[in-house]
Design a protein around this ligand. Structure first.
Ligand code: G
Ligand code: G
Ligand code: MN
Ligand code: NA
Length: 250
């Protein structure tokens, strides 16, 4: 498989990049964090979406070294930002299960000189599906370090609520399908209201993802989500563009 061979060399050839999508807090209208999203600049294919290589990377185990690069790079970048925003990194199930995750994070934070409180990891239900004892142990170790943990794509899986009971996440990221449903179906808005209320009761931040229009933002604010992320605020930005945005004082 050609893509597989190329991916094996992409790290050494420095073809991966991180883009950063800002998250806005609705209470004070300030940026509070950014999600790191990997991009592969392939020499012939151009920009390859993570949707097209992360699943393959998981399958062949390459997600572990790629994911380690993501964590190190995200910590380095965040340490250079002019304001102490948090940086969120997506951790896939295979990477989460690898025994090196906690050590990698400790070492990345220390090399970058980034306080653990500025790092957030985003996990999906896929992480929680298997080996619950070990998963919970890892989550608690991360929490003890001061790293925050978010539940990504909330509401799309089978038992989101039981995961919230099993582990006290810091943040719930409401899947963008509920946001896009909001304008044509009343259900979307009702679901967002319910998740925002759940977050409030449990003391968790609630981020609405995929916010694209002012009308969506108005409704999300009315329903009580604490933060938003989406094209309306900003697309994922290359590091230099993000620095310019932060320097401009957003
Ligand atoms: O930004 P974009 O729409 O291209 O991202 C597509 C998917 O790839 C998203 O589900 C996102 O969570 C995932 N993704 C992006 N960057 C990373 C990464 O560094 N690690 C992992 N595991 N997934 C990522
Ligand atoms: O799965 P996860 O939530 O980690 O991935 C976030 C994905 O959503 C990224 O691929 C990112 O590029 C994409 N994204 C971010 N904001 C928007 C938006 O406003 N609209 C749409 N359609 N996609 C978005
Ligand atoms: Mn995410
Ligand atoms: Na998500």
């Amino acid at each position: 498989r050609r893509l597989e061979l190329d991916m094996r060399q992409a790290l050494a050839r420095r073809e991966f990049q991180l883009h950063y999508q800002p998250q806005l807090n609705l209470a004070d209208e300030r940026l509070v964090g950014c999600e790191a999203l990997i991009r592969w600049r392939h020499p012939e294919r151009g920009l390859v979406s993570p949707l097209d290589f992360i699943p393959l990377a998981e399958e062949i185990g390459l997600i572990v070294p790629i994911g380690e690069w993501v964590i190190r790079q995200a910590c380095r970048d965040a340490a250079s930002w002019p304001r102490p925003l948090s940086v969120a990194v997506n951790v896939s199930p295979a990477q989460f299960k690898s025994d090196r995750l906690v050590e990698t994070i400790v070492s990345a934070l220390s090399h970058a000189g980034l306080p653990a409180s500025r790092l957030e990891i985003e996990i999906t239900e896929g992480v929680l599906l298997q080996d619950n004892e070990k998963t919970l142990h890892t989550l608690h170790r991360l929490r003890a370090l001061g790293v925050r943990v978010s539940m990504d794509d909330f509401g799309t899986g089978y038992s989101s609520l039981s995961y919230l009971r099993a582990f006290p996440f810091d943040k719930i990221k409401i899947d963008r399908s509920f946001v896009s449903d909001m304008e044509d179906k009343a259900d979307g808005e009702a679901i967002i209201r319910a998740i925002a209320g759940l977050g409030r009761s449990l003391g968790m931040t609630t981020v609405a993802e995929g916010v694209e229009t002012a009308e969506q933002l108005r409704r999300i604010r009315a329903e009580g989500c604490t933060d938003v992320q989406g094209y309306l605020i900003s697309k994922p930005l290359p590091p230099d563009d993000l620095l310019r945005l932060l320097a401009a004082g957003s």
